[in-house]
Design a protein around this ligand. Sequence first.
Ligand code: NAD
Ligand code: ZN
Ligand code: ZN
Length: 391
Amino acid sequence: MRTLTFQGTQKVSVETVPDPRIEEPTDVIVKITSTAICGSDLHLYDVMGAFINKGDVLGHEPMGIVVEVGSAITKLAVGDRVVIPFVIACGHCYMCTRGLTSQCETTQNRESGSGASLYGYTELYGDVPGGQAEYLRVQLADFNATKVGADLPDERYLFLSDILPTAWQGVKYAAVPDGGTLGVLGLGPVGQFVSRIGKHFGYRVLAIDPVAERRQMAERHGVETLDLTDDALAQLRDLTDGRGPDSIVDAVGMEAHGNPGAEFAQKAAGLLPDAIAKKVMTTAGVDRLAALHLALDAVRRGGTVSLSGVYAGVADPMPLKDMFDKGMTLRMGQCNVQNWRDEILPLVEDPSDPLGTEDLTTHAVPLEQAPEMYEIFKNKEDGCIKVVLKP
Ligand SMILES: NC(=O)c1ccc[n+]([C@@H]2O[C@H](COP(=O)([O-])OP(=O)(O)OC[C@H]3O[C@@H](n4cnc5c(N)ncnc54)[C@H](O)[C@@H]3O)[C@@H](O)[C@H]2O)c1
Ligand SMILES: [Zn+2]
Ligand SMILES: [Zn+2]
C-alpha cells in the first residue's frame, strides 16, 4: 500500500510498504477513505524527530471502511463505516472505566513513562503505524472503531477521530461558568472547534490568532477575535471589565509564535543526532511558552486554564507564584476521545451541522500530495487551515 512516512526532521515522503494484516483476534483492517493532518503531526515534523524512526508511518485522524475482521470481533463487520480515535484503549481497565482512555492501563507505555498508545505518534507512544495510509490495522477494534452512518460526507465524521473531542474536552476542562467568557488562544483546527463549542454552550468567546483567515473563519461562527499584538493581553482585559476571561483554552501548544530564543533551541534540537536530541528533550525545557504564559497571565483570578495544545518539555519554567496567588486551576492532557464521542455524535449528525464540521477543511487532496501539504499547513500558506488526505 501507499503511505506517508517520516524521513527526518521536516522531511516526509509517500512510499510503498506491505499492507497491514490482522495480528490479534481483536484487530480489524480498515481501508482509509479520509485521513487528516493534525497540528500534532507538525510537532513530529518539526521538533520530535529524535523519537521517530525513518520510515515510520504518521497520521492519527483516519476513517474508512472495515475490510477484514479478527476472529474475536463481535461488534463490527466487513463494510462498516468507522472513525478511528487517535487513542488506543481497552475500554475495561481502571482508567478506561473512569473515562480516562488516554491513560488506559492495557496500552500504557510504561517504559517511556507515557500514557495510552497513539496511532503514528513516536516510540514514546507505542510506535504504532499511523493512519495516513491506504490501510490501517485497528487494535482492540470492538471498543475503538466508532461505527457511523452511511449518508453524510466524510468531513462530518472525520474530526471525531481527534480534534472535535479534543476541543470538547478542552472546553469541559475549562469549567466556564454559565454565561461566562471563554478566551481561546490559537485558531488552528482545534481552536476553531473550541471556539464553536464555547458558542454552542452559550459562552462569550474571545479568540486570539495571528493569522487573518483563521480569525475570519472564527468570526463566521460568532466568535470575537483579536490579532496577536503586543497589547493583546491589555485588549483581553479591556473586553472583560479589567478582570480577564473566566477561563482560557490554550489551543496553540509547544510551537507558539513569540519565543525566538526557544524557537532557535527547538530547531537546533530537531537537527541534532537522535541520541543527543533525546537527551536534550528529556532533560530540558524545549517548549515555546508564549501562549501558555499569556493564558496564565490573562485568565481572571480564580479562573481556569485548560491546555489542549501539546507540551513536551520536562523542565519548562512556570510562574507558580502568580498561579498560586491568583488561585487558578490548570487542567490538561491528551484527549480521552472514547469518553466524549457519544455526546458529540448527535451534533455531528444534526442536519444543521451546529459545530460547522463542513466549514473547516480548506484542502482535500490525494495522499500522494501529503508531503507538500505538510509544508503548506505548517507555513499557513494558501489559506490552509485543515488538510484532509484521500488515499
Ligand atoms: N490534547 C490533545 O489530545 C490534542 C489533540 C489534537 C491536537 N492537539 C494540539 O493542539 C494544538 C493545536 O492544534 P491545531 O491542529 O489546531 O494546530 P495549528 O498549528 O494549526 O494551530 C495553532 C494555531 O495557533 C496560532 N498561534 C501560534 N502562536 C500563537 C500565540 N502565541 N497566541 C495565539 N495563537 C497562536 C497559530 O497561528 C495557529 O493558527 C497543537 O499543539 C496540537 O498538538 C492536542
Ligand atoms: Zn491530532
Ligand atoms: Zn483501558
